[in-house]
Ligand binder design. Sequence first.
Ligand code: GLC
Length: 553
Amino acid sequence: MNRPESIQTEQSSSAAWWRRAVVYQVYIRSFADGDGDGTGDLAGLRARLDHLVELGIDAVWVNPWYPSPLADGGYDVVDHRDIHPDFGTLAGADALIAEVHDRGLRILIDLVPNHTSIEHPWFQAALGAGPGSPERQRYIFRNGRGPDGDEPPTNWRAVFGGSAWTRVDDGQWYLHIFDTSQPDLNWQHPEVRDEFDDIFRFWLDRGVDGFRIDVAHGMIKDLSFPDVAVDRLDERGQRTPDGSHPHWDRDELHVLIRRWRAVLDDYDDRMMVAEANVHPDRLPLYVRPGEYHQSFNFDLLKADWSADDFRSIIDGAASRAAAIGAASTWVLSNHDIVRHATRYGLPPGTDYERWLLDGPHEVLDAEAGARRARAAVMVTLALPGSAYIYQGDELGLPEVWDLPIEVLEDPTWERSNHTVKGRDGCRVPIPWAKDGPSFGFGPGPAWLAQPPIFGDLSVEAQDGDPSSTLNLYRTAISLRRDLFRRDEELEILDLGTDVLAFRRGSGATVVVNMGSAPLPAADLPADEIVLSSEPLIDTDLPPDTSIWFAPPA
Ligand code: GLC
């Protein structure tokens, strides 16, 4: 087993490393290209580990790296026990795991249990074996409705648009709650359950420290196949707050979670974090004892730059976490949403998905967005719980909203009949150098071209500049250890409507001016300033700026 002594010792004595970790998300296709084919890979990641060490993070989460036609960026898996040849080899993954551990970091991988790729051998066998065969039982095949069975079995909608059912040549339909290239597995089937126990063990034996579980609110479907009642759909045609939806967030899911947890508990100090996109009242169910260690809290992904919104989200999450003894998780961006440096530059209430395609693009205030993004990370890094950083956040990367439509790869674009542009704009490869064909991402051009502004935002451009976003992240992550990591205490302070302020158990205070007027120095704590997201003018706190104050002397 590939686990160094230092990690084993710390793990056996530590109070759950993941409760306070800073986790860095690597979207492998776009992180660093080591072999020059234009696609990011394991060699690129291994060559850039020092960047992560310097940043001061605790763990890396790598997006899916398995063999896949990449119809959905790798969330369409063909073989859960191997590595995509574009990304490297299993031996390369073993080497990466060892090198990550050598540096005192941990590694989480992405597991996708809800569906496979249509190219998965099980699905190919199901297609070949025909209706009623045991091979079809591992997926969800049904006859259609209507006299010729040519209408889908239910009215369920796919997340990426259109019906959740696709018809095959012999007339049956298969279910896919995402893209048509991602058939849903039948988790009521014992073989599916056994297979995934084995997949968990395969990677745990190789030394990974845990898993990010994709679509953790999917998996179990109501096999009586009721239509979704129209009045229970939310604005995206999805999910209900009470567990009564036929394919989201069903109570029977928790049996699976407990089963997986039992597998993980056979190993030392591993963890799993749920991507459970459910009603906030249902989220605590996923982190009950014996279930997930953590669940992403996506509330900040949906919040405008507003002190009221931030306050109520922080308050709600902190009290929910305290009530069940789970740690909070804080996420500002990931590979599925418009980057927060751009979100915060848009007028409150903007529908980001629509804005990408339809604009009006001149309403974007990119400078304000960049400032607010810097201020925002000083919030998430100061809160109790763990903070997830998406690659490029530390460079202040904006969304590349003007990608030409010919280069779009996200299946959302096609499935939405060209009404939703999709997620490519937050997946543009990382700029490491000021110039070069892909700004140091690789020796040649990248699979998705970067805009010229990426040179100025590159690691090379920011590295030696003390006022850069990169150096703000480095300093903040390092200060966080002493100022904010030791306890879970949080007291929200009232410094005015437009001001988010809170004090942590250490006595350190965080003040964020989210309004449009400077906050007079007289209203601020008298303690020593240890970090601010912008240079301070006089001693007033300018708009869109965060300050960390040391505990009172
Ligand atoms: C999750 C992933 C997303 C993917 C989807 C389907 O939401 O984060 O990128 O498209 O699952 O697997």
